[in-house]
Write a protein that binds this ligand. Sequence first.
Ligand SMILES: C[S@@+](CC[C@H](N)C(=O)[O-])C[C@H]1O[C@@H](n2cnc3c(N)ncnc32)[C@H](O)[C@@H]1O
Length: 276
Amino acid sequence: MKHKPELLYLDLLKKTLSFSLWPEPPMPVTTFNCLRSPGKRMVATALSKTFDRGTLQIVQKRHFSASERANGQVAPLYADTMIGLRRLDNLQHCIEEVLREGIPGDLIETGVWRGGACIFMRAVLAAYGVEDRRVFVADSFQGVPKPDASRYPADAGDRLYKNTYLAVPKEDVEDNFRRYGLLDDQVVFLKGWFKDTLPGAPFDKLAVMRLDGDLYGSTMESLENLYPKLTRGGFCVIDDYAMPGCKSAVDDYRATHAIASKIIEIDWTGRYWRKE
Ligand SMILES: C[S@@+](CC[C@H](N)C(=O)[O-])C[C@H]1O[C@@H](n2cnc3c(N)ncnc32)[C@H](O)[C@@H]1O
C-alpha cells in the first residue's frame, strides 16, 4: 500500500518543510553578517547597500548535492526545518512506532528554529487521527544562549549565540504552523530558556523527545528535565551528536545514569535510542 493517502501526505510534507522539491536559492550576502569580522561585515553591508535599489539584491550562489540536502548539511534560506529528509524520516519512524505499540506520552522538540520538525510531528498525529497527544515546541525564540562556562565548561568560547539566523520569533513559528493548517490546541509553546521552561513543563509522560539545542548546556538541561519523563519504549532523538559539546552532554548523561540502550545512527549527526 505504497500510495496510502496518509503516507503520501507525510511524504509531501517532509519535502515541502525541508524545501527539497526546489533548488536551494541564492542567499542574501548579509544573512551571516553576524558571524563576520567587523571589516568583512562592513564590506558585505556596503556592497548590498550600493547595489540594493528596491528591486535588486546582492546574493551568493550556493550549490549543494542531493546528499548534502537530504542529510541536512545546508543552512537553508526558505526551508522550515534544517534537519534534512533523513532525520525527518527518523522522526516519522519514531512517532509511528510509539503509536503502533501504544507507548503513552506527548512529543517534544527542544530547539525548534522555524518549527518545521514540530510541524511535522503535529502532522503525523493528524495523519493518524491522534487527538490525545500534544506536541511541545520549546525554544527561546531568540537564538542560542550565551555560554555559561562556569556551569558548562564544554561550552566555553562558543559563539553560536551571535548567530541571528538561529533567532526566529515565536510569532513566525506560529505562522508557519498556521500555513500548514496545523496550529491548534494540540500544539503547546514553551517560550524561554530551557533551564526555566523545562523543569515545570506541563506534561507527565513523553513518548518522543527530540533534542536540537546545539550546546552542551542546552542538551544537558533537556536530558535532565525530560528523560525521567520519557516512557519506557519511548524514543530519545539527538540532532547534534556531531557537535562536540552536544556529544559530551549525551555521553555524560548516559554514563551518569547508566543508560545502556544502543545508540543508533541516523545520518552524519543524528542519533537516537529507545528507553529500556
Ligand atoms: C539548530 S536550531 C534547531 C533546528 C530545528 N530543530 C529544525 O528543525 O530546523 C537550534 C535552536 O535551539 C534554540 N536553543 C538552543 N539552546 C537553547 C536554550 N538553552 N533555551 C532555549 N532555546 C535554545 C535556538 O533558539 C534555536 O532555535
